[in-house]
Design a protein around this ligand. Structure first.
Ligand code: NAD
Length: 495
C-alpha cells in the first residue's frame, strides 16, 4: 500500500502553514496568531497552524448555520449527498500515501499502522456513510384509524466536532462523515498536536464537491478554539473524542450555554483476560503485545491491563516481555518500525512520570521504563511491562496513554471479572479462552462497549464503538453512528 521509496520521497517535502477553512476559504486566524507544529520524530518545527479562538469559531458556526438553513446540503437529495461523500472517500484513498506521511510527521504513529488506520480507514468511513445516505427509512406508527403518525429523521443542524491527536483522520471521519450523511453542517476542531492531515482532508472534501460552508475547520488550542466551540450558543450537538478531564469541561460548557447535546468518546483502561485454556498462549501473548504497544500505546482501546490465570502467569508474562523487547521502536517513517513516537514532549513527560509512580507503588518492572533515542531529539519510550501491579495502584486505575502494560494474576473466573471491571472505565476488553460458554459469559459480564474474543482490535465500520462508565456515551461507526446527529421528529396527521 506504501513503499519505503514513496515514504522517503514524501518525508522531507516542505509543509505549508496550516490555515482555517471557513465557508470554503482558507484563512488565517482572526488575530493572525499561529502555533508551531513540532514533529515528534525529531522535535523540530514542521510547520505552523492558525491559533484560532472565539472569533474564528463564531465565523465558522455562522457559516455552518447559513449553509444549513439555506438547504444547500441539508435539503439535497440523500442520494446526491451520498455520491459526494463517496467521491470524498475515493479522493482520500487516491491521496493515501501523502496523507499518511503528513500525519505521521505530525503525530509520530508508525507508518505501517497509520496508512491503514488513517487515510484508508477514513476513506472507508466516507464511503460507508455515503452508501448509507439514501438507505435509512422513517416509520409509520400503528395509530388508530383516521390518524397518521410518521416518525421522521431530522438533522440536528450545526455539529461541533473536537478530535484528539492519535488518529485525526480516522476519528475525524467517524464524526464528520455520519454528521454530513444525516444532512448537518459541521465545524471541526482538530488537536493542536496533530491538525495537518485533517486540514488536508477538509480541502479534499471541497475539491470533491462538498458545498462551501457545510464543513469548516478551525485549529487552535483546546482552551482557545475548543472551549469556544463547546460554549457556542448556536452549536446543536458536540461530539468529542479525547480525555475524561476535557469531556467533563464540555459538559459544563453545555450546561452553561445552550444545553447542546454532548457525546463523549473518552479514555480507557482496557483489560485483556487470558484463561489457562487459551488455545495458543504464544499467539495470545503476541496479540497482547500488539494490543498495547502499537502506536506506542496511544490508542483509546489499548489493552493496558493483562489479567492472566495464575497457573500460566509466569509463562505468559515471560512471552509478553520477550515480544515487547523484540519490538522495533523508533523512526515512524521506517516501514520496519513496530511502534513509533509519542506525539508530544508533554505526553512523553506524563508517561515517564506515570512509570516513576508505578515503580514507587511497588509494581515489578519487567522491561522498559525508559526514554529511547533521545539523541534524535524525538519522543520515544521503550515498551514497558509491570508485573504484579496492585488493583488499587494508579498504574492499574489511571489511563497512561502510552506504552505501559500491567500484569495481574487471577485464580477464578469471578476474580478475573472483578479485576477487569474494577476501574471507572468501560471502553474495551479482550478475552482469550477456548471454552465457548466461558467466552459468552465473559462477553456478558465484562463492563465494556466492545469485548474482543480470541483477538484484539480490528473492528470495522459495520460495528459501533462507544464506552460505558467514564469512557463516555454515544457511538461512532455503523448505522448507529448517525443517531447522534439526527432527531426523531413526529408528524401527527388527522386524516
Ligand atoms: P485531550 O482531551 O487532551 O484533547 C482532545 C481535544 O480536546 C483536542 O482537540 C484538544 O485541543 C481539545 N481540548 C482540550 N482542552 C479543551 C477544552 N478545555 N475545551 C474544549 N476542547 C479542549 O485528548 P488527547 O490527549 O488529544 O487524546 C488522548 C485522549 O483521548 C485519551 O484519553 C484517549 O483515551 C482518548 N481517546 C479516546 C478515544 C475513543 O474512541 N474513546 C479515541 C482516541 C482517543
Amino acid at each position: 500500500m506504501i513503499t519505503q521509496d514513496q515514504i522517503n520521497t514524501l518525508r522531507n517535502t516542505p509543509v505549508e502553514a496550516g490555515q482555517n477553512i471557513i465557508d470554503g476559504i482558507a484563512v488565517s486566524s482572526a488575530t493572525g496568531a499561529a502555533l508551531d507544529v513540532i514533529s515528534p520524530i525529531d522535535g523540530t518545527v514542521l510547520s505552523t497552524i492558525a491559533a484560532g479562538g472565539g472569533e474564528d469559531i463564531d465565523r465558522a458556526v455562522i457559516a455552518a448555520r447559513r449553509a444549513f438553513d439555506d438547504g444547500r446540503w441539508s435539503r439535497m437529495a440523500p442520494a446526491a449527498r451520498g455520491r459526494i461523500l463517496q467521491r470524498i472517500g475515493d479522493a482520500i484513498a487516491a491521496e493515501a500515501q501523502a496523507l499518511a506521511v503528513l500525519g505521521v510527521r505530525d503525530n509520530g504513529t508508525e507508518i505501517s499502522m497509520a496508512i491503514k488506520a488513517e487515510p484508508m480507514s477514513a476513506a472507508g468511513t466516507f464511503r460507508y456513510y455515503g452508501e448509507l445516505c439514501d438507505k435509512q427509512y422513517g416509520e409509520v406508527a400503528p395509530t388508530a384509524p383516521g390518524t397518521l403518525g410518521m416518525v421522521l429523521h431530522a438533522p440536528v443542524g450545526v455539529v461541533g466536532a473536537i478530535v484528539p491527536w492519535n488518529f485525526p483522520l480516522m476519528i475525524g471521519a467517524w464524526k464528520i462523515a455520519p454528521a454530513l450523511a444525516a444532512g448537518n453542517s459541521v465545524v471541526v476542531k482538530p488537536s493542536e498536536i496533530a491538525s495537518l492531515s485533517l486540514l488536508r482532508l477538509v480541502e479534499i472534501c471541497h475539491e470533491a464537491g462538498l458545498p462551501d460552508g457545510v464543513l469548516n475547520v478551525v485549529t487552535g488550542t483546546g482552551i482557545g478554539a475548543g472551549a469556544a466551540l463547546g460554549r457556542h450558543m448556536d452549536v446543536d450537538v458536540l461530539t468529542f473524542t479525547g480525555s475524561g478531564g476535557v469531556g467533563r469541561r464540555l459538559m459544563e460548557y453545555a450546561a452553561a450555554s445552550n444545553l447542546k447535546r454532548v457525546y463523549l468518546e473518552l479514555g480507557g483502561k482496557s483489560p485483556l483476560v487470558v484463561f489457562d485454556d487459551t488455545a495458543d498462549l504464544d499467539a495470545a501473548a503476541k496479540t497482547a503485545v500488539g494490543a498495547i504497544f502499537r502506536n506506542s500505546g496511544q490508542v483509546c482501546i489499548a489493552a493496558s491491563r493483562i489479567i492472566v490465570a495464575r497457573n500460566v502467569h509466569a509463562e505468559f508474562t515471560g512471552r509478553v516481555v520477550a515480544y515487547a523487547e523484540k519490538m522495533a521502536v523508533g523512526d515512524p517513517l521506517d516501514l520496519g518500525t513496530a511502534a513509533g513516537a509519542i506525539a508530544s514532549q508533554t505526553q512523553m513527560d506524563n508517561i515517564l512520570s506515570a512509570i516513576d509512580l508505578a515503580k514507587s507503588e511497588g509494581a515489578d518492572l519487567r522491561t522498559g521504563g525508559t526514554r529511547l533515542h533521545a539523541d534524535t531529539g524525538g519522543f520515544y519510550i521503550a515498551p514497558t511491562v509491570f508485573d504484579n501491579a496492585a488493583q488499587v495502584s494508579a498504574v492499574v486505575q489511571k489511563e497512561v496513554f502510552g506504552p505501559v502494560v500491567t500484569v495481574q494474576p487471577f485464580d477464578t473466573e469471578e476474580e478475573a471479572v472483578a479485576l477487569a471491571n474494577g476501574t471507572d472505565y468501560g471502553l474495551s476488553a479482550g478475552v482469550f479462552t477456548r471454552d465457548i460458554s466461558r467466552a459468552h459469559r465473559m462477553v456478558e459480564s465484562l463492563r465494556a462497549g466492545v469485548v474482543h474474543v480470541n483477538t484484539y482490535g480490528g473492528a470495522d465500520n459495520t460495528v459501533p464503538l462507544g464506552g460505558v462508565g467514564q469512557s463516555g456515551n454515544g457511538h461512532d461507526k455503523s448505522p448507529h453512528g448517525m443517531d447522534k446527529f439526527r432527531d426523531l421528529k413526529t408528524a401527527w396527521i388527522q386524516l
